[in-house]
Ligand binder design. Structure first.
Ligand SMILES: Nc1ncnc2c1ncn2[C@@H]1O[C@H](COP(=O)(O)OP(=O)(O)O)[C@@H](O)[C@H]1O
Ligand SMILES: [Mg+2]
Length: 269
């Protein structure tokens, strides 16, 4: 990725919660301008923590970047306040699609509008409805009562209302039916291609992520254990075993166990 200009460079960061719990142990990730990069990993690996370190939301959980650096658009942001980072164009869509349940879909979208830099609220809504036609239909419905997929669209739409340059998406497929996942990921791809929005996509669904993102990182217990072109990663035997479920191995084992197991097997045979 050296030849492509990066919008975001995470350089060997360490993150601690409550000054003592070391969760990220030297993580480096690059997102090319107008690119999509995936961050894969099992539950508890540190994916959400990585996104919060970028968006500045760590602060609200008594977490801190204690080593390394995060560079965004040539600016060091790892000690910046979340409000500034948002103003400079980074938006995080947190996991669990949290809408304001008692507001309508459109009111939820308008919440994102105060961070707009240039366009009017009306223009923003039109853009969101252009990419998410379902939300136009549901605009006056109570957000807490629309389907899970529509809630996910609402939170992505709300992020879009801020006119972001970089969107951090935390497990957008979680708990959604395959048809809806497909629809949402098509839209995300379109947003990237047509609006040139850079995307860092966190997913446990590796198959999906490797389809959408040309480049991916694999994280385990606070470290990047592998990164490569998605095509190469999807052919990697360990990835196939553990993340793609293409063999009967993997299962509850950790990614490293699979690797060690395979090494041992090769060594024995
Ligand atoms: N606010 C917090 N305080 C203490 N530990 C936390 C906090 N948030 C997350 N952790 C711990 O950090 C590790 C990584 O969590 P997380 O980043 O949420 O992983 P992932 O998103 O990959 O599932 C987990 O062991 C989790 O328990
Ligand atoms: Mg998470």
């Amino acid at each position: 990725m050296d030849t492509v200009e990066s919008i975001l460079k995470i350089n060997n960061i360490e993150v601690k919660y409550h000054e003592v719990i070391l969760v990220l142990k030297g993580v480096s990730i690059e997102v090319p301008r107008a690119g999509i990069v995936a961050l894969l990993g099992a539950n508890g690996a540190g994916k959400s923590t990585t996104l919060k370190a970028i968006s500045g939301l760590l602060g609200t959980e008594d977490g801190e970047v204690t080593d390394g650096a995060i560079e965004y658009e040539g600016r060091l942001i790892h000690h910046e306040r979340a409000a500034n980072i948002a103003r400079w164009g980074i938006v995080q869509v947190i996991e669990g699609r949290r809408v304001f349940e008692h507001l309508t879909v459109e009111e939820n979208l308008k919440v994102g509008a105060h961070l707009r830099k240039t366009g009017s609220v009306k223009e923003g809504l039109e853009l969101v409805y252009h990419y998410f036609p379902r939300l136009r239909q549901k605009r006056n419905e109570t957000a807490g009562l629309v389907s899970g997929g529509e809630q996910q669209m609402t939170v992505v739409g709300r992020a879009l209302m801020t006119e972001p340059k970089l969107v951090l998406l935390d497990e957008p497929s979680m708990g959604l039916a395959p048809m809806l996942i497909h629809e949402i990921f098509n839209i995300i791809t379109k947003l990237n291609k047509e609006e040139h929005i850079s995307i860092l996509l966190v997913e446990q669904n590796a198959k999906l992520a490797l389809n959408v993102a040309p480049y991916a990182y694999v994280m385990e217990t606070g470290r990047i254990v592998m990164d490569d072109n998605s095509e190469k990663l999807s052919q990697n035997e360990d990835i196939k075993d553990f993340y793609l479920g293409l063999t009967d191995k993997g299962g509850k084992k950790s990614f490293r166990d699979v690797k060690h197991y395979k090494r041992r097997k090769r060594w024995l045979s």
